[in-house]
Design a protein around this ligand. Sequence first.
Ligand SMILES: Nc1nc2c(c(=O)[nH]1)N[C@H]1C(S)=C(S)[C@@H](COP(=O)(O)O)O[C@H]1N2
Ligand SMILES: [Mo]
Length: 508
Amino acid sequence: MQASSWRRFYTGVLGGTVILAITLASRILLNSPFLPEAVAGKIFATVPGEVESFVVLVLGSYAKYLTVIGISIVLAVLYGLYGILFTRFDRRFDGGGKISKGLIYSLPPWLFHAVAVLSLDGVYASLNLANILLYLLLAHLAYGATLGAFYPKPPLEEAEVVKSESKGRARRIFIRKVAPAAIGIAILIYGIDRFLLPLLGTSRFTEETLEEMYSKEVTPTEEFYRTDIAVIPPNVNVSEWRLTIGGQVENPTELTYDQLKSLPSVQEFATLECISNPVGGSLIGTALWEGVRLSTVLEEAKVKPGAKYVIFYSVDGYSVAIPLETALKEGTVLAYNMNSEELNSIHGFPIRAVVPGIFGMMNAKWIRGIELVAEEYLGYWQTRGWSNEADIETTSVIKIPQAAARLSGFTPIAGIAFAGDREISKVEVSTDGGETWSQAMLKDSLSKYTWILWDTEWIPKEDGRHAIKVRATDKAGRVQTSQLRGTYPDGATGYHVIDVVVESSPDE
Ligand SMILES: Nc1nc2c(c(=O)[nH]1)N[C@H]1C(S)=C(S)[C@@H](COP(=O)(O)O)O[C@H]1N2
Ligand SMILES: [Mo]
């Protein structure tokens, strides 16, 4: 390519980046469609559950961010290529200002973008082409203006500009290049810090002391794990939001946020665990939930005798169903508060389901509709092969010491154990590879729906490598299974084992 073609290309890429920035900002602020996200959603929706869970396990939720970033780059390149075309057209048609030409030539990509969004994005099914065109208008006007404004000047003109610039050159370079770059970088860093990092979720077990572990019996909201089909959480406008209750009911109803909040409320501690949580993983957390019992809402709607399943439909296109029996349990709640604060947009604002005893995927967030049906219903993950029973497997995790720790002398061993709503009766620890087990001390759990915290102490007698294992028993007396099983499709099982190295302290 000639140098001028490169320049046109860069101009187009710059314009494309402006479009992506504008649509991303409105996606975050207004919940409008973002093309790279829609493409990524399509890709992830067509891969089998097993592959998806593998990708997410290996790359974490970064996998989806990387996909969105990759698609954004491809789109920016496409806009760049169009930038070359734009200037080709432009040679043929003379007259008109650069900006007005830019605006005219941005029509085709504008239409292309709108059609692509419309055909890809199932989530925004309520939008029609006219809506999307209108919504993308500003971004494409900005693109066209960028093309027009930075349209390559003829070489002669350029040379003259360079000559005349000798005096105020440093100042101009500063004004034109350094200052905008600095502002751009500052905005980028602010954006990453403000929007991107909170979206990744910061769930990790990093507690080093018993005190710290016990202080996090309730997981701080910012540290609570997050698993979503959407990359960016939906931003629900609560004044327009309604909860509809329909299907097999005598009184189909619609509730506003205020109406829902005026119903009798309950508070409960409950632990959520993702079915993709590997043994010893940190996709698990405990919070204080406050909201309305689902049974309260269903009583008002008068469930018909034939109803068997309760489907939750969410704003992000997610859906999942639980058996009516589970829905009517006293622990099943439509929560609007988490840890005594309004539910945030990451964890399901305005309301989410909290359903003790079954894995996190059954705890729908951003619920907009509830439907009672007579048949079993398969939700988003269930149509991809994941369990529809989703009973939580008994699990126990060593948080202290951390894997590969170097220890000497007296050592506390501590962690969590969880059995859904079956409760934990016993936790045992082995430091000799499973030959002998000793019982840990259990702290009373916050409720029958939460994990339990446990600790014990160990004075190693020999130097070298040791494997520490843990196993829990539920209140029905069933010992956690030692059988190793991966997360797909029913959740992982097996014992959490960590290796530590014992070194003699110098005074021994
Ligand atoms: N609407 C909606 N609800 C959802 C999901 C989702 O992608 N969309 N993910 C589910 C999964 S897989 C889990 S593990 C939990 C996670 O809840 P959290 O992100 O608040 O920890 O939400 C569940 N509810
Ligand atoms: Mo999950």
